[in-house]
Write a protein that binds this ligand. Structure first.
Ligand SMILES: *Cc1c(COP(=O)(O)O)cnc(C)c1O
Length: 451
């Protein structure tokens, strides 16, 4: 079947880009841990007539007419999320993870309140009080850190909470390779009377698949994106737990009002349908197997990297993610490794590591993960092979140096990118990557027309 053929006629320019992007996804190893390949069913919902509708408000309480079928879809998504995560209240309307988190702040806190989250360069998310984020500007942000071994410093978090009496504490982050300490953070939040919100954007799929502890019995609020390990469309969900209901029975209505009319207009109903479908998929036994395999793959990859001399933050992983520490080769090497892996068809992202010796823009780590490769059907043998390939690429570029003079950096990196394209080792890894990808076809039925 020829896909997107209407686009090909209506806009050849955009069509050509989509085609190149599909080819990039098919012929490369997608190892950014926040990415995944959603099902064709989810994608079809995103491309459906639901994108035409305005439905400000909530099921049964809309501002515009004609919402009887939209109501069905949103109610289905809500009921499925309640059942799957075992929570009494769900809002499926946030446009994405960042606005969902902002809505939690605005429902619970007032500007100037003290909030706590995991420090950005220690793996935390911008929206947990990062300086560049509005959350770090509207609220007084007290970040907690990880210890030199890479694990969250619970003692420090407790001390900071007792000293600063935060209104809201976040647990859950964006570059952390171990189980989140929900229970420990709950003790701290309860001790100081704070709200505790778990942001499980990265691990939601592992949580519903039984491969990561659920935060639900420990925290008051849970937020998650729907497009990472949960494998749905780009979107987000906010949940209130029984514990949250007890702390403030008004919390659900405060969150509903904050999302609409507080922060958003019409919900993206096509996304809501995609979320409903993804939640149904995630409730199947195959998804439990998928979640288990993500972690098994992540462990196999971590072992392979270590055997090949690559150092990892915390020395390994409990989840879908691995953080490579490149500081044994010098500081700020992440950008060279990312670009070289990119040239080899392995997509990862440079990332800060705990006690980052360089800067967030030129960090000394690489973050990678297994959710997307696992969706493609790859298992432990492929992970062992990939670990070797990544180690080869690191060894090839570990001697590259970033100039101290900031104005010269762009030029040096541009030269490096050109040079690396013709590098023999990188070319050889690229060939092996393509070979591997051929064995695990992505969206096999999705043919695109020649132009
Ligand atoms: C990805 C992520 C978000 C933000 O999601 P967006 O959809 O990109 O806005 C929030 N929190 C955490 C922990 C994340 O990993």
């Amino acid at each position: 079947m020829i896909w997107f053929n209407e686009i090909s006629g209506a806009d050849p320019e955009v069509y050509a880009s989509i085609k190149r992007e599909l080819d990039r996804q098919r012929t490369g190893l997608e190892m950014i841990p926040s990415e995944n390949f959603t099902s064709v069913a989810v994608m079809q919902a995103m491309g459906s007539v639901l994108t035409n509708k305005y439905s400000e408000g909530y099921p049964g309480k809309r501002y515009y007419g004609g919402n009887q079928f939209i109501d069905e879809i949103e109610k289905t998504a809500i009921e499925r999320a309640k059942k799957l995560f075992d929570v009494p209240y769900v809002n499926v309307q946030p446009y994405s993870g960042s606005p969902a988190n902002l809505a939690v702040y605005m429902a619970i806190c007032k500007p100037g309140d003290v909030i706590m989250g995991q420090n950005l360069t220690d793996g935390g998310h911008l929206t947990h009080g990062g300086k560049m984020s509005v959350t770090g500007q509207i609220f007084r942000s007290i970040p907690y850190h990880v210890k030199p071994d890479g694990y969250i410093d619970i003692e420090e978090a407790r001390k900071l909470a007792v000293e600063n009496k935060p209104k809201l504490i976040w647990v859950g982050s964006t570059a952390y390779t171990r189980e989140f300490p929900f229970e420990e953070m709950a003790k701290i939040a309860d001790e100081v009377g704070a709200y505790l919100a778990a942001d499980i954007a990265h691990v939601a799929g592992l949580v519903v698949g039984g491969a990561h502890k659920s935060p639900v019995q420990y925290v008051h609020v849970v937020t998650t994106t729907t497009h990472k390990t949960l494998r749905g469309p780009r979107g987000a969900i906010i949940m209130v737990t029984e514990k949250g209901m007890k702390k403030d029975p008004e919390l659900p209505s405060k969150i509903d009002k904050t999302i609409f009319p507080g922060m958003q207009g019409g919900p993206h109903d096509h996304t809501t349908a995609g979320i409903a479908i993804a939640l149904l998929e995630a409730s199947k036994p195959e998804f439990r197997e998928y979640a288990r395999q993500i972690v098994a793959n992540s462990r196999a990859l971590a072992d392979s990297l270590k055997k090949n001399g690559v150092r990892l933050v915390t020395g390994g992983t409990d989840n879908h993610m691995i953080l490579i520490d490149l500081t044994q080769h010098g500081k700020g090497k992440g950008v060279f490794v990312q670009d070289a892996l990119d040239a080899a068809g392995i997509t990862v992202n440079k990332n800060t590591i705990p006690n980052e010796p360089a800067s967030p823009f030129y960090p000394s780590g690489i973050r990678l993960g297994t959710p997307a490769l696992t969706t493609r059907g790859m298992k432990e043998p492929e992970m062992r092979l990939i670990g070797g390939l990544i180690a080869d690429v690191i060894n090839e570029v570990k001697g590259e140096e970033l100039p101290e003079d900031k104005d010269k950096r762009n030029e040096v990196l541009k030269g490096f990118k050109e040079r690396i394209k013709d590098n023999d080792k990188i070319t050889e890894v690229r060939r092996k990557v393509i070979e591997l990808c051929d064995k695990f076809p992505l969206y096999p039925g999705m043919e695109l027309a020649d132009q």
